[in-house]
Ligand binder design. Structure first.
Ligand SMILES: O=P(O)(O)OC[C@H]1O[C@H](O)[C@H](O)[C@@H](O)[C@@H]1O
Length: 543
């Protein structure tokens, strides 16, 4: 018999000791077996009702196999009709897993988890005649996904294409989206309702779009199924080892989880882990902050986790195994930290603020504290600042001990690739041009000026992920929003708002929730997007 592979390795003595003590305690309480058996009482009385309908992910490596014939038929039909451009409309848990599955399998998938009108237009302009759209929403009520469905329905109709042949729906039984899909005649794949969004990687949400895009989803289930029997063990249980390490480290003050994957063949797993860990643990003023795409600062509050290699804790194994190990580990870390890993109490708040702003008609037009070229600066922390550099310096100085800065860009994440590049430019020249036009570059520039972690999220994508941690976790964040002027906004058919207005209302709604908590929050509005990004990066370079 082949030896069981080592999925989790702890390379640091102190962490290994803390982890071993935590495991000993959890095992004496029978937690490992109870979790493997789906016991909903592990997170306390308040969490029990939700946990009772949130542990289905433990069985997905087996139960999701039942979906394979139905998924196979969808794939065959799409191939037969020449539909080779797969667009996935879905937020958070409804798109992050397919994104990493498809990137790892190296098959193309267009993910729409944005309300940016420029980015949505970009997708609409791309091979509409060969497009199949997967509309994925567990609740069936997510405003971004509902908007994408409406926009695509109109685009198909305008092009003389019947949307019923092009839209596939993934949702939970009984959701309003299921109802709408039945009425419209769209094929519906129903997901397991006993699985929450961020734990749904191995459910219909992960599998349907990935299979349509050409990934081998059966292999994912096989790899997860190999780990499953280990999860009931007291020893050699990778989920227990990782969860105890994450929980013990956080309790000891190492609550910034720097995720490193540069040597891994799995492409983009930290983005998926970010939602799982941030949304599951960031509440009741506690939590673990995932830090993605950044170098470690070697500070006392950091824990580095490597995918395949590196890190104080390393998680090895194929993608299907990683999904299940990180899910089990997050549930364990929740138990260690004393939080409910299955709810997201503070996500709703920004959504409600956004809804109220949209319902009120015109969005509030504040006066900028400062205007510098193509950048308008809003927020109390910018009052009296002489220039943008001073605003950025103030924000960096405002980061508390053990705190962090979060940059949140409500922009088109593909726009940097439009940067002009000279004919015959080398690949290095091209990447230089792209990074000089990419708001993401700001993260590294600001990170170089502080030993505190600087995170970056695209809005509204992050609202369904780290947004929970920002508002519900430890109150030590400093926030920098970036919004941009819209040229060519898009109507949302059947709704009184455009995508651009929805996007701005989302930024303002989240800002309101942060300011209410007394957190520093500045919004930079780019009145010309390309010039604004260049200006902002130039200011950050001069800090
Ligand atoms: O799948 P949906 O119901 O559309 O939800 C998509 C996302 O929205 C919410 O904001 C939750 O916080 C996320 O956990 C979830 O993944």
């Amino acid at each position: 018999m082949a030896a069981t592979p080592t999925y989790v390795t702890i390379a640091e003595e102190r962490l290994a000791e803390q982890t071993a003590e935590t495991i000993q305690r959890l095992v004496s309480e029978g937690v490992h077996e109870a979790l493997a058996n789906g016991d909903p009482t592990l997170w306390g009385e308040d969490a029990q009702a939700e946990a009772a309908v949130r542990l289905g992910w433990l069985s997905l490596p087996l139960t999701s196999r039942e979906l394979l014939p139905e998924i196979g038929k969808l794939v065959e039909r799409a191939r037969a009709e020449g539909l080779d451009h797969v667009v996935l409309a879905g937020m958070g848990g409804s798109s992050l897993a397919p994104e990493v599955i498809c990137n790892t399998a190296d098959v193309p998938l267009t993910v729409l988890d944005t309300t940016d009108p420029h980015q949505v237009r970009r997708a609409l302009a791309d091979r509409l005649d060969r497009t199949v759209v997967v509309v994925a929403s567990k609740s069936g009520g997510t405003v971004e996904t509902d908007s994408h469905r409406r926009v695509y329905e109109k685009a198909f109709r305008d092009a003389g294409i019947d949307p019923a042949g092009r839209i596939v729906v993934v949702t939970d039984p009984g959701s309003p989206l299921e109802q709408a899909a039945i009425e419209a005649g769209y094929p519906v794949i129903l997901a397991d309702p006993n699985v929450g969004g961020r734990y749904s990687a191995l459910s219909a949400f992960g599998l349907v779009p990935s299979a349509l895009a050409g990934a081998d989803v059966e292999k994912l289930l096989d790899d997860a199924a190999e780990v499953r029997p280990l999860l009931a063990r007291a020893e050699g249980n990778p989920g227990l080892d990782l969860g105890a390490a994450l929980g013990a480290a956080a309790l000891a003050g190492r609550d910034k989880l720097v995720l490193e994957d540069s040597m891994s063949e799995i492409n983009g797993l930290p983005d998926w882990i970010e939602q799982l860990v941030a949304e599951s643990t960031g509440k009741s003023a506690k939590g673990i902050l995932p830090v993605v795409g950044a170098d470690p600062n070697e500070t006392d509050d950091e824990l580095v986790a490597g995918i395949e290699s590196g890190g104080a804790v390393t998680v090895s194994g194929p993608l299907g195994a990683q999904f299940l190990i990180w899910e089990y580990a997050t549930a364990i870390a929740g138990r260690v930290l004393g939080i409910d890993p299955f709810n997201q109490p503070n996500v709703t708040e920004s959504k409600e603020n956004t809804g109220a702003l949209l319902a009120a008609g015109e969005l509030p037009a504040d006066t900028p504290a400062l205007v510098e070229g193509p950048v308008e600066v809003y927020g109390a922390e910018a009052e009296g600042a002489k220039d943008l550099r001073e605003v950025l310096t103030r924000l960096l100085q405002a980061i508390p001990e053990n705190g962090y800065m979060a940059i949140m860009a409500y922009l088109d994440r593909e726009a940097a690739f439009d940067a002009p590049v000279a004919d015959g430019a080398s690949f290095d020249d091209m990447t230089d041009a792209w990074s000089a036009a990419d708001p993401l570059t700001l993260r590294g520039l600001l990170a170089a000026r502080t030993d505190r972690p600087v995170t970056f999220g695209w809005g509204p994508r992050f609202l369904h992920s780290t947004g929970q941690y920002h508002k519900g976790g430890p109150q030590n964040g400093v926030f920098l929003q970036i919004t941009g002027a819209n040229e060519g906004d898009l109507e949302v058919p059947g709704k009184p708002y455009t995508l651009g207005r929805l996007q701005l209302a989302q930024a303002l709604g989240d800002q309101g929730a942060l300011v209410k908590r007394g957190r520093p929050a500045v919004r930079l509005h780019l009145t010309d997007r390309a010039a604004g990004v260049a200006h902002l990066l130039a200011a950050a370079r001069e800090l």
